[in-house]
Design a protein around this ligand. Structure first.
Ligand SMILES: Nc1ncnc2c1ncn2[C@@H]1O[C@H](COP(=O)(O)OP(=O)(O)O)[C@@H](O)[C@H]1O
Ligand SMILES: [Mg+2]
Length: 221
């Protein structure tokens, strides 16, 4: 079966003055339908850079990314945005919420953009992420953990084929993490794929496959 997401020999360099940091050094991977993949590595190993390149939010300096068999790298932003909107959900460490909308309003907007506004689905996402009581709050009124959970609900609301998430449960309590994990596992059983960067043992233990990254290289690929 065609992989949903393919990376071929990705390189990414950052420059600061005369210093060069090689954040990604030749990373190749594939994510298939139904897979739950956890990306593990120490701080600074390249996890966030890799997810941003896979999402087409950042451009690799070498190599390329394919989404559903179509190359996304080095394409005009409109093409990247289209592939992203149709197939990829993204949860980065900075939250993806509109400040002037409530939590529920953010969910409704995201779902209408994806052409699926469904009241029951909104209720269910609020419940999974433990935000039912906070549905009318605005992002500035949320705690760090609540904002992270609201960001996850928004990322899930378009029901993307591939969800890329950067430490989605970093600031949540164990009970909420368990609820989020079981929801993510259900999505994978329904054929959706998931690639998560995480430090959580619980999350890593639920994954079908672990990718270990160190100094910009996968060490078990
Ligand atoms: N915008 C940036 N400018 C310069 N260096 C960066 C930038 N973003 C990340 N880096 C560097 O790239 C490396 C990988 O960072 P990152 O992908 O954030 O790792 P992780 O998410 O695993 O903590 C680190 O050495 C980091 O300092
Ligand atoms: Mg990071």
């Amino acid at each position: 079966m065609l992989p949903l997401l393919t990376a071929v020999e990705l390189y990414r360099f950052y420059h600061r003055g005369d210093d060069e940091t090689a954040a990604l050094r030749g990373i190749s991977l594939q994510v298939r339908a139904g897979e739950f993949v956890a990306l593990l590595g120490p701080s600074g190993s390249g996890k966030s850079t890799l997810l941003a390149c896979l999402a087409g939010l950042d451009e690799p300096d070498g190599g390329y990314v394919e989404v559903m068999g179509r190359r996304m790298s080095r394409r005009p932003e409109a093409v990247r945005a289209n592939l992203r909107a149709r197939h990829i959900g993204i949860l980065m460490q900075s939250a993806n919420l509109f400040e002037h909308l409530t939590v529920e309003g953010n969910l409704r907007l995201q779902m209408s953009l994806a052409g699926r506004a469904d009241r029951r689905e909104i209720d269910s996402l609020l419940e999974v992420t433990g935000l039912t009581q906070r549905r009318l709050a605005r992002p500035s009124q949320l705690s760090g953990g609540e904002a992270a959970r609201a960001g996850l609900a928004v990322a899930l609301s378009a029901n993307p084929k591939v969800l890329l998430a950067d430490e989605p449960t970093a600031e949540v309590d164990a009970a909420t993490e368990a609820s989020i994990l079981s929801h993510l596992a259900d999505r994978c059983r329904a054929g959706r794929a998931l690639l998560v960067a995480t430090h959580s043992q619980a999350l890593a233990a639920s994954a079908d496959r672990l990718l270990l990254i160190r100094d910009g290289r996968l060490i078990n690929a």
